[in-house]
Structures are given as C-alpha cells and as structure tokens.
Design a protein around this ligand. Structure first.
Ligand SMILES: [Mg+2]
Length: 267
C-alpha cells in the first residue's frame, strides 16, 4: 500500500485539477479511485464549485468511468445549505448563483426568494454564476441594503478549464461587493474549514486518519495543514514544482507531492 496513505481511513479528494480538468478526466484517475476503494478507504469528493448539485457530480464522474454516490460528494453549495439549515432554518434566501446551488438549498428545506421580492431575503447566497446579469446584481444589492446577510459559497477568483482558466465565484462576489461596499460574512469553500470538518463529521474520522489530496497549495494544502490532516499535493492541476519549492518552510508545505492521483494510489 502507498506509504502516503498508511493509517489513513478517510480520503478527501479535490476534483478540479485532481480528477478532471473541465469535462476531461485526468489520465489514470478512474483507476486510482478504484484502487483507493480496494484499499478500503472512505472517499469524499470535495469541490469549491457551487454551480452544480451533488447529483450533477455523480453524473459527471460516471461519464468519466468513476462510480460515486451522492452521499460521497460535498460541494460548497451543499455545505452552505447544511450551515443555513442548522443555524437559520427559517432563512429566506436570495441566490446569485446557478441552478445546482438553488437545488441544494431547496433540498435542505430553505425558502428561496424570487428577484422581485429580494428585499424580503434574510440571506444573500453568492456563488459562481455563468448567467450573472444586471438584474441579479440589482436584486442582490436590494437584499443587502435591506439588511440581508452576505454569504459566499466560495471565493475562488478563477477555476481551471481545458483552455486555461475561467472567472470563478470571486467575479460574482466582486460584482456585489463593488456596488454594496460589503464583503461576505462567511465563506464555505476551501481554505475555509467548514467543508473539511463536515466530511470528517460525516465519516466519523479524526484529523490524523484523514488525508486531503488537492492541486492547490493555497486552498487544499492550506486547509489540510490548518486542521492537521495529512496533505498530499498532486501536480496535475494548478500547482507546479516551482510552487512547491516556494512553499518550503512555510505553513502550506505539503507532506507528500505526486505527479497525479494514480501515482498516489500506486506509490
Ligand atoms: Mg482543484
């Protein structure tokens, strides 16, 4: 068994740049995940992207030959929904985000407020929105001006796609911050702790039994180090060897570095 995974019960797998890039699977990722399962590891697939629902990810992984259950997926949108459900069950939410986020909030039993009624919202939940419009920004501003709480699923400036990078949730947050002068009070995507703590709670795993595998030093490795997990960086996404060199001696230096997850699962 791979030394990097000795004593590890729970694997937190980042998806973008680790399992796939855009719609294209990273070579060997399906085999690697099958290997992790054979080793008896519990797996959570974790993504900062809130645009898609958990069933969307189950289908996406399936298209790449990877079997996963809805209960193994944690998105920042799902995490936001759980937080609101537990702390503000009567919340009325105005969403500046995509359908997958609305779906997760609804599934948690939260009430969604429509654009004309934005002033009645108690929370404005903001995420990646590839259909962002002036009307949505205007409604978000009305809600924030009426005292709604500003919450972001994540604040990634960009996300990786086949041709390079595309604007992320940071662009949506920027639009609302730019007109309201406010900043999100809470953010759920990595490097925030919430998603990782949620995964460990659901799996009943301790930090020392948990490894996080990611392609970004500033999010995946940062949150892993903060929470005392075993940190494994793969070079199949954003981070390059030179970034690893730069991180030496800092609080975001990863415990292990591999080319890709196939190498993690075999070496
Ligand atoms: Mg990633």
């Amino acid at each position: 068994m791979a030394r990097a995974l000795d004593g590890i019960k729970l694997l937190l797998l980042d998806m973008d740049g680790v399992v796939y890039r855009g719609e294209t699977a990273i070579a060997g990722s399906a085999r690697a995940i099958a290997n992790f399962r054979k080793m008896g590891k519990k797996i959570f697939f974790i993504t900062n992207n809130s645009a898609n629902s958990r069933p969307d990810y189950v289908r996406k992984l399936k298209r790449m030959g990877i079997a996963a259950k809805k209960s193994e997926i944690i998105t920042s949108g799902f995490a936001t929904s759980i937080y609101l459900k537990e702390n503000f069950p009567d919340a009325r939410v105005y969403v500046v985000g995509e359908g997958g986020l609305v779906q997760e909030l609804r599934e948690a039993g939260l009430r969604i407020v429509s654009m004309p009624r934005a002033e009645s919202a108690t929370h404005v939940v903001v995420g990646l929105d590839r259909g962002l419009s002036y009307g949505k920004i205007d409604a978000g501003l009305r809600a924030l001006s009426s005292g709604a709480e500003f919450i972001a699923t994540n604040d990634d400036p960009t996300y990786p796609i086949e041709r390079g990078i595309a604007p992320g949730a940071g662009a949506t947050i920027g639009a609302l911050s730019g007109c309201s002068g406010k900043k999100p009070r809470m953010t759920f995507g990595k490097p925030a702790r919430y998603m990782v703590n949620l995964a460990m709670d659901l799996a009943r795993a301790k930090a020392k039994e948990t490894a996080i595998i990611g392609d970004r030093i500033d999010t995946d490795i940062a949150v892993g180090r903060k929470l005392g997990l075993r940190t494994i960086l793969v070079l199949s996404g954003i981070a390059k060897r030179s970034d690893v060199e730069r991180a030496k001696g800092t609080r975001v230096y990863p415990a292990f570095v591999f080319k890709n997850i196939e190498e993690v699962s075999s070496g």
